[in-house]
Design a protein around this ligand. Structure first.
Ligand code: PBG
Length: 324
């Protein structure tokens, strides 16, 4: 059957009909809200390159996390801004480090909120790379040892899930073994599996003060031109024991998200990264885009591509918009 009998516009005539045939749903259940936590008390330091986002001290973090939970968002992701950085990022696994203290406070006050911690040393190293550096090179296996100590200390502090974002080879297997060996076999791993070397992380690096002081991240993060390799990265992380796999960034990688959805049965996450967020905010501030619609359209598109979960700085605003 074709035109004139068939008319697709019949089911677009009013909002009721459109709701009835809508194929993709966006719910607060799908969202994970990232937070930056820093030292001090009563600190709410706005991040210039990410309008609406701030670095919070633990007291404000608890408030922010509570608001997010009240809106029906089940989970947050924590990034730490430590007071002290060194060559190997040792404050990343300090028992009383910033993330460890933040996790303990949140789990104490909001026990049902799922707290995920980012596992990567770039915010903690003086050089800003995601690994141990020697002679100008980022070392793989030495870095894994740091990640193991970091993940274990987060688990001991009460983290519900750990999310390695470093892109070292073999780190998921190593983290699984470490957690299992220390009574944390129940803690899932969310692996940043296909993480591309993207310019869209730039605002985050201002937020986290983690820009590499020399070189770039192309020797560990993926070349954005590579589709087959992305599937190989995801496959390996699943073999190594990842419970949830992630594609990052999101909008430039909708094809990879779709490929991953069709190839693997694991829950799939996508990270709408800082640059994707700031791009929409900046255009909206100029009056060039409707912020609310741009936010919801991009989030629905990421869901339509196949992501179950979306990490997004819009989490709270999106959950609010979905209430109306
Ligand atoms: C590394 C990490 C980064 C992001 C998440 N984890 C930065 C990077 O790889 O340079 C980027 C997130 C974003 O841009 O929102 N710890």
């Amino acid at each position: 059957m074709a035109f004139p009998q068939d008319r697709l516009r019949r089911l677009r005539a009013c909002e009721g009909l459109r709701r009835m045939v809508r194929e993709t749903r966006l719910s607060p259940d799908n969202l994970i809200a990232p937070f930056f936590v820093c030292e001090g008390r009563d600190v709410r330091h706005p991040i210039a390159s990410m309008p609406g986002q701030s670095r919070f001290s633990v007291d404000h973090l608890i408030k922010g996390a509570g608001e997010v939970q009240a809106l029906g968002i089940p989970s947050i992701l924590l990034f730490g801004i430590p007071a002290m950085k060194d060559e190997t990022g040792s404050s990343a696994w300090a028992p009383d480090g910033i993330v460890q203290r933040a996790v303990r406070s949140i789990k104490d006050r909001l026990p049902d909120l799922v707290v995920i911690t980012d596992i990567c040393i770039d915010e903690y190293t003086t050089h800003g790379h995601c690994g141990v550096v020697k002679d100008g090179r980022v070392l793989n296996d030495e870095t894994i040892e740091c990640l193991q100590k970091m993940a274990l200390s987060h688990a001991r502090a009460g983290a519900d899930m750990v999310a390695p974002s470093d892109m070292m080879d073999g780190r998921v297997r190593a983290l699984r073994a470490t957690l299992d060996g220390d009574r944390f076999a129940h803690i899932p791993i969310l692996a940043y599996a296909a993480k591309f070397a993207s310019c869209f992380y730039a605002p985050f690096r201002e937020a986290a003060d983690s820009s590499p002081k020399f070189g770039d991240r192309q020797s560990y993060q993926m070349d954005p031109a590579n589709r087959r390799e992305a599937l190989r990265e995801i496959e390996l992380d699943i073999e190594e024991g990842a419970d949830v796999v992630m594609v990052k960034p999101a909008l430039p990688c909708l094809d990879i998200i779709r490929d991953a959805r069709e190839t693997f049965s694991r829950p799939l996450a996508a990270y709408q990264v800082s640059g994707e967020y700031s791009m929409i905010k900046a255009a909206a501030q100029h009056g060039w885009l409707d912020e609310r619609r741009a936010m919801l359209e991009t989030l629905v598109s990421i869901r339509r591509a196949g992501a179950d979960l979306i990490l997004t700085y819009f989490a709270k605003e999106a959950a609010l918009a979905l209430q109306r």
